[in-house]
Design a protein around this ligand. Sequence first.
Ligand code: IPM
Ligand code: MN
Length: 353
Amino acid sequence: MSYNIAVMPGDGTGPEVVAEGLKVLKAAAERAGFSYDLNTYDFGGERYLRTGETLPDTAIPELAAHDAIFLGAIGHPEVKPGILELGILLKARFALDLYINLRPVKLFPGVETPIKDKGPAEIDFVVVRENTEGLYASTGGYLKKGTPDEVAVQESINTRKGVERCIRYAFDYAGRKDRRGQLTLVGKTNVLTYAWDLWWRAFNEIGDADFPAIKREYAHVDATCMWFVKNPEWFDVIVTDNMFGDIITDLGAMIQGGMGVAAGGNIHPGKIGMFEPIGGSAPKYMGQNVINPLAAIGAVQMMLDYLGETQAALWIEQGIIHAVSKMDSLSAGQMGMGTTDVGDLVAGLVANA
Ligand code: IPM
Ligand code: MN
């Protein structure tokens, strides 16, 4: 097999962690016997400051021609918040119709979690976040803007088609060999009675008709935050909307050991996926070889799993677990080794898997 991969290292420490991810990708390809071509794109804060361009329309079909995209981080201290996030990250999600945001929350052995008395056996679930609708759809508007009578409306868009394709993906995922066959719908049926009624009906209709073997559960989003801390073992696969998914996955990242290890994928199943460490560009750590590249390496793992290179993905996960056991901490500057050493460790283990 051969894959076409677009690389967007982006800003801050993005390029450093991407370099380590690519090191591991190379080792995995050699070991597993697949090949790939890389096309690197410089979208990010530097390019924006130079040219005024975020993600130009002409780049969309070019990116779409790849099997996958590997993204470092977007965010530049000299660019006003919102410009790069909307102009690059959200634009890619929408323009490429990456309707799934897949975020595993898995605590590796030896990694510290703030949750007392919980370990790897209890913290192992996956959040499937809808990635193109809800409050992120950017519909709404102002009335009497700038006056004391101002009204601002931000609408949550939930289409049957959008909800259904997301729920179907989540049911499928819950049926994977490496999951436990349980899908929890996380919503707010007690207050947001239009949107979550649609989600609730679709969830049950699809489950009854096509996934009778998957156990269905439901939790309100506020209660879910409580359970993440109190009984994270109750979750296997979660499906939720864009905004709730955004919020609960930051909490999820914390209980799995922090932003240094949390990776995610923005996916249009069967078409293309964009994989990224979910932490930011951490400009204050830039260029010092102190940032933790494990999240970016985890993104490569997810990318290979998405591409069907399941064995290579498993080797990378074992490599990450091995690296974690040798590191003092997963926090930037406290790892007891440099960014490049962490990449070498994982790549070495993959090469000899
Ligand atoms: C995320 C981020 C983005 C989001 C921001 C940077 C636009 O927080 O990927 O979770 O809100 O989706
Ligand atoms: Mn977020």
